[in-house]
Every structure is written in C-alpha cells, then in structure tokens.
Design a protein around this ligand. Structure first.
Ligand code: ZN
Length: 353
C-alpha cells in the first residue's frame, strides 16, 4: 500500500502545482503591473518635508503641508469679537494649561495652543509673547505667580509678531509693569495702522528690533533675527538656557504658519519666498549658535504642551525638549519645503498666469 501511495501523492502535488501555475498565469494576465506614478512637483517637496519630520514634527508638517490655510485673521480695522463682547471668548477648557519650569531659567507660561515664555536673569525677566487679551491675565500673570515669579520683575517684553494670539496681553503688561517692549518695525507700523484691530492689545511703540540685535539683561543675551513671512516683521530668537546648571542653546521660531490666499496668488508666491528665505536664515543662525532645543509660540509646532507633561516625569532621563542640532535643521527643512509646496500650488493657480 505504501509503495503505491507514494506516486499518487507525487502526482497530486504535481496537479496542485500545475493549477497554481495556471492560476498565477491567469492572474498575471488580469492584473497588469502597476505603473510607478511620478510624484507631482508638490508631492515631491511634501515628501522631503515628511521625511524630515518623522514623528518629531508631525504638527508642523500637518499645519504647513496639509491643512488648509487658517483664515482666522480679520484684516479690517475693527475690534476683535472677544474684545467687543467678552462672552465671545473661547471657553477656558479649550485653552488652559499649567505653567511649567522647563529649564533652570526658562518658564512656560502659555496655554494649550499658544505659548509665552519667561526667561529669568539676575536683573529681572525677559518675557516672550503674550497670547490673547482674554487669557493673558490667567496664563501669564497667574502662571508666573504659580511658579514663583513676580510679574513686576518683567524688564523686557519681546513680541515675536503682531498677531492677536501673541500680542494680546502686551498693552496690559506694558501699562502695569512698564517693561521695555521690543517688536520689529513693520509690526509696530501694522498695529499703528489698524489701531481698532489691536484695541486693548497694542503697546505703545518702544524698541524697534533689527536683525542681529542683542537684548542683554543680567547674565542673559537674546539674539534677535528678522524672519518675515508670517507677518512682515516676524522675529525669531536664539539664546542660552541652563538645564540643571548645564548650558543649552536654544532657537525660538517666532512665525510658524503659512500666510497666503488662493485669491491673491502673486502676493502669496512672493510671501512664500520671504518665508522660505527666513526659514533658511534662522536655520543658519541656529546652526551657528549650536542650538539643540527648538521652542515656538504654538504647541502645534514645538509640542510644548505635551513636552511639559513629559518633563514632569523626567527623573534622571534626557530633557524632552533637547533634540540635538540635526533635528533643529530638520524642523526648518519641514517648514521650508512645505512653504515651497504651497508656493508651487499658488504658481499653478490660473489667476497667476
Ligand atoms: Zn501669527
């Protein structure tokens, strides 16, 4: 029996093989090999940005490469709805975040979406950005008190750019604590041109920032870099902080999201180029400065809200904000290439021709 069974098994296996070969052949005939599609010029630069971002800068990638432009800014010279009617301010649950001591001399006093930062020095505090008029009191003034800082010690207030989500508390802080206020020329001009739009927000003109300017207070120096594109006068910064006594160099990206309108492609193409040039400029300054930490004024871009929570459980581990010089360059590769992708899309608009 065994002797007879063996050839039968062999022929059965041969039969199965033949069927499989036939089926395979038929399949090959039915499903032609998929031709490799060449990426469009937009997809090609988006891919460069995606490869650079990995998981570290997903927020920056999503916002600058893939989400539609935010059209929240009202260009008319009228007060913001939450200024005319405070009940129109978003609910506290949508913006409240705990303050945090991020470095020995740098405190996060922002919210879930927008950030403000307090750099402490021997001679007082340098405050960066001021969020909205409706939450600067609780987040910045309240946040500083919560981490043991006295708002009366604010000696400099540096506003990265004149948008309502960053300049919102500047007038209140200037009036109450009388710090020197630093902003770029084009952004000082903007708030003076449309005073109603910045009602309750705009400080009185003070220091006009220029590229390469240094603001020194006590033992700290902040380098100011002119990085227009998000506004005509957006500023970015480099400065040193201390992590448990160890000096760490940091870059602060002051203008993040892309500003353009498909209805005005020519202006948008030009503005994207300004933004691209600024990203290259601040990337170079960050490299020269040896920056290993990137912060911003939107958690979407630097993940501050989540990193603060990681920091709370750090123990003896690495500092969650310290990502090294290569990742800093990757951030600017993301923003530069996403701006280029948008620029190509604008170039393809019929109105541009
Ligand atoms: Zn802005």
């Amino acid at each position: 029996m065994l002797k007879r069974a063996a050839p039968r098994l062999v022929s059965f296996a041969g039969f199965i093989f033949a069927i499989a070969t036939l089926a395979g052949g038929a399949l090959a005939q039915q499903v032609a090999p998929v031709p490799k599609l060449k990426p469009t010029p937009v997809e090609a630069v988006q891919q460069v940005a995606k490869d650079a971002a990995e998981f570290e800068f997903l927020g920056a990638l999503a916002r600058t490469c893939f989400l539609p432009p935010s059209r929240s800014e009202d260009f008319r010279d009228i007060p913001a709805p939450y200024v005319s009617d405070p009940s129109k301010a978003p609910p506290r649950s949508s913006w409240y975040a705990e303050p945090a001591k991020v470095f020995d001399n740098l405190y996060f006093v922002g919210g879930k979406i927008h950030s403000a930062w307090a750099l402490t020095t021997r001679e007082g505090i340098i405050l960066f950005d001021t969020i909205y008029p409706y939450n600067s009191e609780e987040l910045i003034i309240g946040g500083m008190r919560k981490v043991g800082l006295d708002p009366k010690d604010i000696k400099y207030l540096i506003v990265s750019h004149a948008h309502q989500d960053h300049i919102g508390g500047a007038e209140m802080i200037q009036k109450r604590y009388n710090p020197r206020v630093v902003m770029s020329g084009p952004d000082w001009d903007l708030v003076e041109k449309v005073p109603n739009r910045f009602k309750t927000m705009a400080p009185k003109r003070d220091i006009v920032a220029t590229d390469g300017m240094k603001i020194t207070l006590g033992d700290s120096t902040v380098n100011l870099w002119f990085t227009p594109g998000h506004t005509d006068g957006t500023l970015s910064f480099t400065f040193q902080v201390l992590d448990r006594g160890r000096p760490v160099n940091l870059v602060y990206s002051g203008g993040t999201a892309l500003v353009y309108e498909y209805t005005q492609p020519e202006w948008g193409i030009k503005n994207m180029q300004t933004y691209i040039n600024s990203q290259r400029h601040v990337a170079t300054k960050a490299k020269e400065f040896g920056a290993t930490v990137l912060i911003s004024n939107h958690s979407e871009f630097d993940n501050a809200y989540n990193k603060n929570r990681m920091l709370a459980g750090r123990g003896n581990g690495p500092h969650p904000y310290e990502i090294g010089p290569d990742w800093i360059q990757r951030y600017f590769t993301v923003t530069e290439n996403c701006a280029r992708a948008t620029q190509i899309k604008l170039e393809q608009q019929p109105a541009a021709r």
